[in-house]
Design a protein around this ligand. Structure first.
Ligand SMILES: [Zn+2]
Length: 107
């Protein structure tokens, strides 16, 4: 997670959008956890359900032709991509994953 908070006005590309969403989801998770005292695993499932509901509602609006942006949802493929993204992000990171390593110095 980035040390610098990203404001919505800082979103300029996929990377900054991901950082912003990571921060918002973590903040929301912590607030719901602290307020509700529900178990963390249940709060995680509620967040996953909220994402699925968001997909269904946005996809439905596009399938109904309510949005002129041109996106044509393909629910079977889109939901598999969402499932894959969740698994990839949630799985423990391998220690030898070069993308997750912090540069310690210069050669
Ligand atoms: Zn659209």
């Amino acid at each position: 997670m980035s040390a610098q908070p990203v404001k919505v006005s800082d979103i300029t590309d996929e990377s900054s959008a991901q950082t912003y969403l990571d921060q918002m989801i973590m903040t929301t998770f912590c607030r719901v956890l602290d307020t509700s005292r529900l178990p963390p695993s249940l709060v995680m499932r509620l967040i996953a359900t909220a994402l699925g509901t968001t997909y269904r509602e946005v996809a439905s609006a596009h399938l109904d032709g309510q949005c002129p942006c041109g996106w044509c949802p393909l629910p079977t493929i889109d939901i598999e991509a969402l499932r894959s993204s969740l698994e990839e992000a949630a799985a423990p990171k391998r220690i030898d994953d070069l993308h997750s390593m912090v540069v310690a110095g210069r050669a």
